[in-house]
Design a binder for this molecule. Sequence first.
Ligand SMILES: Nc1ncnc2c1ncn2[C@@H]1O[C@H](COP(=O)(O)OP(=O)(O)OP(=O)(O)O)[C@@H](O)[C@H]1O
Length: 517
Amino acid sequence: MKAGVKGVQDLEYEIGFTAGKNSSGHFQFVISENADIKKWEYVGLNINGSIVIGRIEDIVSKSDLMDESIDYESIKRYTENKINDSTNMSYVNVLGRLENDNLVQSREIITPGLKVYKLSSAILKKLFSFPDEESLYIGNLPDTGVPVSINIKGMRRHLAILAQTGAGKSHTASVIMEELLKKGASIIVLDPHADYVFMKKDRDGKIYSDNIDVFRTPLSTGRYSRDDIGIIKEFTIRFQDLTADDIKGIMGIKDNYTQMSPLIDDILKAMKGKKDLNDFMNTAEKLPQDDYRKIKGRLVFLEKIREIFSDYTTGIKDYLGPGKMSVLDLSGMDQYLANYFSFRILSEIYDSKISSEFKYPVFIFVEEAHNFVPPRVNSNIAGMIKKIAAEGRKFGIFLTVITQRPGKIDADVLSQCNSQIILRVTNPIDQNAILQSSENITESLMEDLPSLDTGEAIIVGEIVKMPVIIKVRDRETKPGGSDIDIISLLKEARDEVRKMNNPDEIKKKNKNLLGDF
Ligand SMILES: Nc1ncnc2c1ncn2[C@@H]1O[C@H](COP(=O)(O)OP(=O)(O)OP(=O)(O)O)[C@@H](O)[C@H]1O
């Protein structure tokens, strides 16, 4: 059944009539009996030729005959005699008025008795797509399957991917990385849990892209072995290339450590010519006893991490290039060493962008961002992330922060992210932090957060024309970082115990121990 009204190509068929008290921002309508419509779907009104679009926030079914006060016998009788006076009311949030396939603010008066239409897939497709060059296809509307893209231009003002653990953050980030790669983006990923180390391969284990490199420092214990991941590049540093600040950063000596900091300067001053780690250690030993004692613990630490020093410093030319994605696998590293390496990379990138040495846009993904930039912490890496959040877009550095603890990340960084992709969140403290972080997020959107399935996401902000709930598409690349398969590992453990207790096995073991004695 077609609408038979102006804009017929946009409005599919009638599903009810507006009723009661409505404003230009919200309306309610009585759903017709046969309408096939669900929460989160999109509806339209034709008001004097203007198409006003809204999203169903809630559907309530009510009955006067069978209200809360009814007794069991009565409801049984009504039901058996098929007496049913129930009405389904739908509550809609107005998203805007349609103008040239875009939404503009709607100020139309919504009177009772207006016909409400289901929006056609054709108009939904237009509303959730962008010109090809700007468009990153990341998922589909859950019920209609209409493809949904985000706009790469919206990423200029940074993006936050927020959700509780296991809701699909890394999956979503990987999908965005895949799409960005197709567009020739330069991508850097700080990856503390090795969630992205398999992206070089596709889901069948074949090479997905030659433009993805995984870097690991000799100190990363790594969540996966080198054999699992394939080619890994070493991220190393030549001691001679380090500045005094670098050395202090690696040793965890902050500017305000006034006892220790000048001692490093003294050692470097006393070192003549040669500047390798051995030379540094030997010179340190020649400090007056009292001074030496002050930094001894840090020197022991430096000795322990000796492996990161080699005769080559991994630099920006190794990890930054047009259309290239570099994943820094930080798994198994101390947080402050992870901070140091991350800071090194981000500051090199920042410098090369402000000097216009590297002209292409750089997209930086920070996983577990709450560990790098917690509130009220002034570490080098926190400072650098804040700087990129505040000024990066002017120089073409675009940030995506990913966290399961939105309440534990610097609020300024979060509020600089003008777009959010939010997956399931049930913790009220985190929900509240999300609500505070952006004006794009309304209380009614927040209500949906706990009920989202894995991989379902709310997208708001500059990357979309209007807020949308999607099912994130399948990945093209091989996933990493999925949960341990507890059931099959327990089965394996039981098999092992059974084998150990098997009399034949015990006999065999004893025979091996005792020989033919
Ligand atoms: N859109 C999706 N479609 C299919 N599977 C998905 C989707 N999103 C997530 N998953 C699956 O759900 C599981 C958890 O996803 P993911 O690792 O991305 O969650 P996470 O929020 O990053 O978790 P963590 O905080 O533990 O890293 C994975 O097995 C992943 O493959």
